[in-house]
Design a protein around this ligand. Structure first.
Ligand code: B12
Ligand code: SF4
Ligand code: SF4
Length: 305
């Protein structure tokens, strides 16, 4: 895994934009993610036993693609909770800290912005002006001596303002096929293909099928159109081809495990029916192959950053 950049931030008793989480929940934008509601207090008050955080930006295993793909770039290869988690666990031992990568109830984007690693775009992603948004956020909560904590605070005297980098651009808002991005900078998960294909359990309603049809797992549209990702986009050979024969054996240890085989089959059927995002060759392969074989990771081109 490549760590593109890292930074430090002190942990305040309340995160500066935690009211955004309240508002997001108030509007029902968490959809069926009840766990976001149950863990809201912890997300807003990160300080418990720790007073600072080391945060890293970890490059996706596959670059964001120029063309629409059925499996989001982040989800290729081995599960990042495992790969990045292993690296962070080792480091955390030496620091007596607590590692996290999408594994603790903390507002990772906000902490990363506080660490000076980027700004929050209108697509709600943490965007680094140099690297775009094709990365995970993962770091270590730790305790530093009072003097060091003050030094870290001083370093962050001028935090980057959210959305300052978007200026008048609104490509992501206009490109989202489901109008899931609001004018005031929120993402409505109920309409989001990423939520529907990864987190939503049970059958789709008619409306949900319409919103989910662009993808089989995850969605990269609002990142693909972002000018900050323009020079990092690649056109890479299909990495693996999903079909209706998802089995536990094939998805174990990959991010697709989160959705499970039942949801993946549901997603596949919705996408195949619509074929919006699936190239014709892909559909033919699906009809005949019956396999979901990951290609070697080396086949992914470097995005050259
Ligand atoms: C729930 C969740 C989702 C939900 C909801 C996403 C959302 N936008 O809220 C769903 C399932 C839809 C989702 C989708 C995706 N996710 Co997700 N997700 C999360 C999770 C677990 C929590 C996010 C959260 O708290 N949302 C609630 C909102 C209110 O919080 P927030 O967006 O973080 O915003 C906070 C700050 O940024 C700040 N803020 C936000 N906007 C603004 C605007 C202004 C003006 C101001 C002042 C402040 C501000 O205030 C908020 C409160 O602190 C995080 C991991 C984590 N623990 O943080 C990963 C995480 C955000 N996801 C991630 C990824 C990779 C994705 C996908 C790209 C996957 C995919 N390809 O399908 C998509 C991207 C969709 C998108 N455009 O966001 C990465 C993002 C990396 C990055 N560069 O930003 C994270 C950080 C996981 C990780 N460890 O890498 N995700
Ligand atoms: S991930 Fe896809 S569906 Fe969700 S907001 Fe972005 S473009 Fe819209
Ligand atoms: S597409 Fe434009 S508006 Fe959306 S996040 Fe990127 S720069 Fe901001």
């Amino acid at each position: 895994m490549t760590c593109l950049a890292f930074g430090y931030t002190p942990l305040p008793s309340v995160l500066p934009h935690s009211e955004r989480l309240d508002e997001w929940l108030r509007r029902g934008f968490n959809a069926g993610m009840n766990w976001m509601e149950h863990t809201a207090e912890a997300r807003k008050h990160p300080v418990d036993s720790y007073n600072a955080a080391w945060i890293g930006l970890w490059k996706y295993p596959r670059p964001l693609q120029k063309k629409c793909e059925p499996i989001a770039a982040y989800a290729h290869g081995k599960d990042y909770h495992i790969t990045i988690g292993n690296i962070l666990r080792e480091q955390a031992k030496q620091l007596n800290g607590l590692p996290f990568v999408d594994s603790l109830p903390i507002a990772e984007r906000e902490l990363a912005a506080m660490a000076g690693l980027g700004f929050i775009g209108k697509n709600t992603m943490l965007i680094n002006p140099k690297f775009g948004s094709g990365f995970f956020i993962g770091g270590i909560l730790m305790n530093v001596a009072a003097g060091a904590a003050m030094a870290v605070r001083a370093l962050r005297a001028t935090p980057l303002q959210p959305q300052h980098g978007c200026a008048k651009c609104r490509r992501c808002i206009d490109a989202c096929p489901n109008k899931a991005l609001t004018e005031d900078g929120f993402l409505d998960s109920r309409r989001c293909a990423s939520y529907l294909t990864i987190e939503h359990r049970g059958e789709f309603s008619e409306e949900q099928r319409e919103w989910a049809k662009h993808s089989v797992f995850g969605c990269d549209i609002c990142q693909r159109v972002c000018p900050y990702n323009a020079r990092h986009l690649a056109e890479t050979e299909p990495y693996f081809l999903p079909d209706e024969n998802f089995t536990k054996g094939k998805i174990k240890g990959t991010p697709l495990w989160r959705a499970g085989t039942k949801s993946l089959k549901r997603n596949y059927m919705a996408a195949r029916q619509a074929a919006v995002c699936l190239p014709p060759a892909f559909c033919n392969t699906l009809a005949t192959s019956g396999k979901v074989e990951p290609a070697p990771i080396a086949s992914a081109q470097s995005i050259g950053v």
